[in-house]
Design a protein around this ligand. Structure first.
Ligand code: ATP
Length: 571
């Protein structure tokens, strides 16, 4: 396929808002591609040339892209930049400035050029990238240029999530959308859409035989919630409860030489924990994949400190000073792979046995604290103990449960202290819009429109307006810095809203919100019609708690979870 044809598909998809129609178009596109083109096209649809966990970025700011465009058309840089500002997008500027040429480079060739561009780093790379991009633009038709520029500047916003891509792949390659779970499983084990597309082309057997691989992140298993000890006993019976530590979840991969550390959102954060990895290297010699909660402790008292402290390590260049100021200890709660053997399908009791035999108790890491629980009284007692030592509560786990990559289910149940109000948990919501403030808040965002995620429909459904809980710094500095780059005309394609905020955003920022209560609402689209016809769900007295940069928008609280929280209110 030519990149031109691919760009025509992108334009059609971008203009479409119906999910079924988007899936149809995507699957038509997939069927038209040659086998070697498919994995690459899948990556390009996500705006990338390598899976996200490899962290390969283009490193081309819009201003740089404008310079490349100026070079391609032989125009003055300042003039081109002025036009980009006026039109609001370097793609639009390219459409206007490039001659009406045919284009038609092969998709694979454009992909290779983009890959080379992303890989180019080090001294002089900025200039080389500019020249490479301008050569590419010189050979492109105006529409091709739009998408090349949007991809390299990280602004390809088609409104197509992973779930939709998997649906379309199931349709196009396996002949049936209902076969998406097979693809999803392969994706959950490897976090690599292009690889899943390759496997799908080989057939269903290849998909079923997919294995975890050291170095490729496994999408993390998640917990359900229940309101109290009785409900947990009823659901799980005799089970294993563990302290629920309040730090950052990390997945550590070691192949005998090299380490990879992945975050909840499957970002490579290896650089964040050099001290911890040194300790792992000294004690654990065989290849493994484990999961742990990394918690900062007070170097003077040894006391564990809350989640916010780990954030101090989220900087580009972690200095020795920061490492010493914020030392971490890892509490290991999963062993997913050991020395050539994947353990994810074993029952928890067996995984745990292997874990305890493999992971010793050291100064810098140890197995998570766990106990067998037989009754609600025992569970309550262990819960109080956990709170007393500064943990968030407990994680209650089914002893016979396997590790369900990328799934939230009742094999793990969290038992937390209710936060503030009457709700059993806080919610992690995606900012999709905002209203301008008045009075003291004029000139800043006054309140935000936030949404839950509906994975079946791959869309964001609004659930409340949040205005309280923000500090002056949040309003004046942090929110504008985070939200302004996400501003867009009209709602993003995957956002479903009845309300009309002053400003719309691309779903990007996730915030944690607490509330007093969940009520039925005609104004919000969250779980619309699920509890009552003509009504969605909304939060009452919502309050901002913190930013959840460890979550991607698709990892926000789901609309089904909001329904569950709504129902838990009366339990
Ligand atoms: P979620 O991970 O469920 O989407 P969240 O990130 O807000 O939501 P919680 O719901 O509060 O976190 O709890 C789940 C998290 O608890 C896990 O992702 C993990 O980071 C952490 N955790 C702490 N201790 C444990 C443990 N012993 N076993 C499993 N997870 C633990």
């Amino acid at each position: 396929m030519t990149f031109k044809r691919f760009a025509e598909y992108l334009a059609k998809i971008e203009a479409e808002s119906g999910r079924l129609e988007i899936i149809r178009m995507l699957s038509e596109l997939f069927s038209e591609l040659e086998p070697e083109e498919l994995p690459k096209a899948v990556l390009l649809l996500t705006g990338r040339v390598a899976p996200e966990f490899l962290g390969l970025e283009f490193g081309v700011a819009e201003k740089e892209a404008a310079k490349a465009l100026a070079l391609a058309v032989g125009a003055d840089e300042a003039e081109v930049w002025r036009r980009v500002r006026e039109l609001g997008d370097v793609g639009h500027a390219a459409q206007e400035l490039l001659p009406d040429q045919e284009g038609g480079l092969p998709l694979l060739e454009v992909f290779e050029e983009l890959l080379a561009l992303a890989k180019d780093a080090g001294p002089g790379s900025q200039l080389r990238k500019r020249e490479r991009l301008s050569r590419l633009l010189k050979q492109a038709s105006p529409l091709e240029a739009v998408y090349i520029l949007r991809i390299v500047t990280g602004r390809l916003r088609l409104g197509v999530g992973e779930a939709t891509i998997l649906d379309a792949l199931a349709q196009a390659v396996l002949g049936d959308r209902a076969k998406r779970p097979m693809l999803e499983r392969a994706y959950n084990l490897t976090s690599d859409l292009a690889y899943v597309a390759e496997l799908a082309l080989k057939g269903e057997e290849a998909l079923q035989n997919v294995r975890v691989q050291v170095g490729k992140p496994i999408r993390m298993m998640l917990a359900e919630r229940l309101p109290n000890a009785e409900a947990i006993m009823k659901k799980l019976g005799r089970h294993i409860a563990e302290y629920k530590y309040d730090g950052e979840r990390i997945q550590v991969h070691f192949d005998g030489e090299q380490f990879w550390v992945y975050s909840r959102r499957i970002e490579n954060i290896t650089h964040q924990y050099p001290d911890l990895l040194k300790a792992f290297r000294a004690h654990l010699k065989k290849p493994y994949i484990l999961e742990a909660e990394a918690v900062v402790y007070d170097p003077d008292t040894g006391e564990l400190l809350p989640f916010q402290f780990v954030l101090n390590r989220k900087v580009k260049h972690l200095s020795r000073e920061l490492i010493e100021k914020y030392p971490v200890k890892a509490f290991v709660f999963e062993l997913l792979y050991l020395d050539g053997e994947a353990l994810i399908d074993l029952p928890l009791v067996e995984r745990r046995e292997r874990l305890e035999a493999f992971v010793p108790k050291t100064d810098r890491f140890e197995p998570s604290e766990r106990r067998w629980i037989e009754s609600a009284e025992e569970l309550e007692a262990f819960f109080d103990e956990a709170l007393e030592v500064g943990d968030e509560g407990l994680m209650c786990k089914r002893p016979d449960g396997n590790y369900e990559a990328g799934k939230r289910g009742f094999k793990w149940v969290k038992f937390k202290r209710a936060a503030g109000g009457r709700l059993a948990d806080t919610l992690d919501l995606v900012v999709v819009g905002a209203w301008w403030g008045r009075g003291r808040r004029s000139g800043t965002y006054g309140s935000l429109l936030v949404a839950s995620y509906n994975p079946e429909e791959d869309r964001f459904e609004t659930v409340t307006k949040v205005g309280s809980g923000f500090t002056d710094e949040d309003l004046q500095k942090i929110l504008p810095a985070r939200l302004d780059p996400l501003r867009r005309e009209g709602p993003a394609p995957r956002v479903w809203a009845f309300l009309e905020p002053d400003v719309w955003f691309e779903p990007g920022l996730v915030i944690e919100v607490e509330a007093q209560e969940i009520t039925l609402s005609p104004n919000h689209t969250c779980a619309y019609g699920k509890v009552k016809e003509g009504r969605g769900l909304a939060l009452r007295f919502p309050r901002f708690l913190r930013y959840r940069d460890d979550k991607s928008p698709e990892e926000a609280t789901t609309s089904d979870e909001v329904v569950e929280l709504y129902r838990l209110q009366w339990k």
